[in-house]
Design a protein. Sequence first.
Length: 325
Amino acid sequence: MSTRSSLRLLPLALGLLLIAVFVARIGVATIQSELRRLGPESLLILVPYAAGTALSAFPWAWCLERRFRPRATATIAGRFAASGANALLPFFGLAGEPCRLLWLAPGARAEGLAAIVVDRLLYNSAGGLLLLLGAAAALSSALPRALSGAAAVVGAILFGLSFGVLHAISRWGIGRRSQRLLQRFLGSSYREPELGASVDAAIQRLSAASARRRLGAGLLLHFVARVVVAVEIYVALWSLHAPTTLRDALILSSVPIATSVVASSIPSQIGVQEGAQAFVCGALGLSPALGLVLVLLQRLRQLAFAPLTLLLLASARPRAEVQPE
């Protein structure tokens, strides 16, 4: 194995090592005791995830010109495929996003890439809002005030930074600069010299004042979708018969957003999420083992949707070309 391949596997290896450390520290018997509480109702965590993921599909489509937008079913299929790929691949949870282009007409590729950039910025902003809510809820819990304050700062930065980044890249020309990288790596096989300029033009249209209503609607829907997905934590706690409240569920659902700031390059934040949830559960007066089991349920949910990702990618069909209006 080459040195480069070894370095790519290093974050995953460290994450698995962290899990082993947490399991040893908490105790296998304690974790097994929590797992024995699980019943068939734990399968209900699939419902809020599926509903929230479907809702989060549409802000991307709204960023496209109407003539390029795929049908609602194709839009949702693309979101599920991208989410599944993001869970398996590193690179800050973005590596799977290009899957959504498979449902677009070839001529809409530049629009689709620009929409992905803007959509992910809106998604991060919505995550910042949810983290701010979690930090506010944590003020009435036993979590250290310093930790709640740090979470609030990170949430505010995530919310505001995304709009600053959109403004910056609309002026910076991310498409043209990325195009030079594509030309360097693909050489003569790169045959779309105008793609970068088209991406930049689409991003500039989306950052213009006339697009603010679309962006605001997309941000709101992403926030609603993230709240819906967060319900899976409450459902998981209920299925484990844990003494919990909506406040605790909100706090725990915001933990992966905070850890993503430092661990997005690790596939599925493996090891980091387990440790963070175990710590927060302990601080809330719950069993640290409960935190490990919560993350385990979320990872099993990811595995449950993995076959769907492969099926969707295999069945993807691009929309037919549409003439300009």
